[in-house]
Design a protein around this ligand. Structure first.
Ligand SMILES: Cc1ncc(COP(=O)(O)O)c(C=O)c1O
Length: 400
């Protein structure tokens, strides 16, 4: 397929002296169909949100989660903020979440005056530890936000049990989990609410975009109102009322039809894009197995119940110094590897606004030792070989 994706940076000599193209950290999987869809939308001149393209996306999302109400948003950040609004979080409420996440998870809660309480993640998946969540519950706890790190599902049965026991809402931050499932059920459809991201770095993208998945039927009608600036415009569009008016709090959460038309093509390509990424992920896992063995690197662990989506391939090194050395060597070779989160409880805002009741050793170790490798469906095998080969060379060059 002729590929109109972003141009690669011009070749220039790598540290090794050879002239090789840069390997980006991520690259959106975009083609002719996306171009055509954008053109059709522009020609139609129907650009405001909530029309046919948005409805198309909603139908595709609902097809995989038939008991849920999906609502496109301008980002996962917006979806999480809408979730906090819908749950009527109030000042003083506590929301338990991992510190191993992006700041949007915590900001959504803080914007309602509630307090993020950081719990640790599990050693195997880097997903929220249900025992740690249970230990963080207080009479002020209102909700739990779990993050499906790298598109690998959290242990949903364990988290649901803790939430049920303590009467807490469960929000799935499924920013990275598009198309992934746990025990055969799509991630995003387990919690009271789920939130997806379609940011340019994610598996499916429309540049900036997201979706809120409303799984609790009692929140549906209010969700539709909050989504449309606090009006009942959706009921008006369905012919249920003769005019629409201001009903409640709300904001402009919906994206434009330009965004939705791009996303509709990506959603239709979900299986193809996921399969391409999984092939690259599995190839890394095979190629890196001997290296990991030799150097004591930890490869991702996928629980039996998880069908992941190849969002991230990461390695954990025995030390920060070793990780940073390898990262610097790969950067010098213009290979787009990257660390991931600075644990929120260690960041300036996290210290100021969050609560950490107990040490978070697994989170801190991941922040210090984890490295993500370039991963996108169109990563050519030769380039992937180069990543592995340069990684091997970087390890061999570690000063003893
Ligand atoms: C766990 C998590 N939540 C939320 C977000 C925010 O997503 P968006 O960029 O769509 O707002 C990200 C972004 O990477 C993320 O990793």
């Amino acid at each position: 397929m002729p590929d109109p994706r972003l141009p690669s940076p011009a070749p220039r000599p790598a540290a090794s002296g050879s002239v090789l193209p840069a390997i980006p950290f991520y690259a959106p999987d975009l083609g002719e169909a996306e171009l055509r869809a954008l053109q059709t939308t522009l020609v139609s001149r129907r650009l405001a949100g909530g029309a046919t393209q948005t409805e198309r996306c909603h139908r595709m999302l609902a097809a995989t989660m038939p008991d849920s109400l999906p609502l496109l948003t301008q980002s996962c950040t917006a979806a999480l903020e809408m979730a906090a609004l819908l749950l009527e979080l109030r000042p003083g409420d506590e929301v338990i979440m991992p510190s191993w996440t992006f700041c949007s998870t915590a900001n959504a809660v803080l914007l309602r005056g509630a307090v993020p309480v950081f719990a640790d993640v599990r050693e195997d998946t880097l997903n929220l530890d249900a025992d740690d969540v249970a230990a963080a519950v207080t009479p002020r706890s209102r909700a739990v936000i779990c993050v499906h790190y790298a598109g690998v599902g959290c242990d949903m049965a364990a988290l649901q049990a803790v939430c049920r026991r303590h009467g807490l809402a469960l929000i799935e931050d499924a920013a990275q989990a598009v198309g992934a499932s746990w025990a055969g059920q799509p991630l995003g459809s387990f919690g009271t609410l789920g939130a997806f991201s379609y940011h340019a770095s994610k598996n499916l993208t429309c540049g900036e975009g997201g979706a809120l998945i409303v799984n609790d039927p009692s929140l549906r009608s209010r969700a539709e109102i909050l989504w449309e600036k606090g009006t009942d415009r959706l009921r008006f569009a369905r012919g249920e009322v003769s005019r629409y008016s201001w009903q409640d709090l709300g904001s402009s959460f919906l994206p434009s039809e330009v965004t939705a038309s791009l996303l509709a093509v990506q959603l239709a390509r979900l299986e193809e894009i996921t399969e391409k990424r999984l092939a690259v992920w599995r190839r890394y896992d095979t190629l890196l197995a001997p290296l990991a063995e030799d150097w004591g690197l930890r490869r991702p662990q996928i629980p039996q119940a998880a069908a992941h989506n190849g969002h991230i391939y990461h390695l954990r090194f025995p030390s920060r110094a070793m990780r940073d050395h390898v990262l610097a060597r790969l950067a010098a070779e213009r290979i787009g590897a990257s660390t991931h989160y600075e644990p929120l409880h260690l960041s300036a805002a996290g210290r100021r606004f969050g609560q950490t009741l107990a040490p978070l050793p697994v989170t801190e170790a991941a922040g210090a030792t984890l490295l993500r490798l370039p991963l996108y469906g169109d990563l050519p095998p030769g380039e992937q070989d180069r990543v592995v080969e340069r990684l091997d060379a970087a390890l061999a060059a570690i000063p003893h």
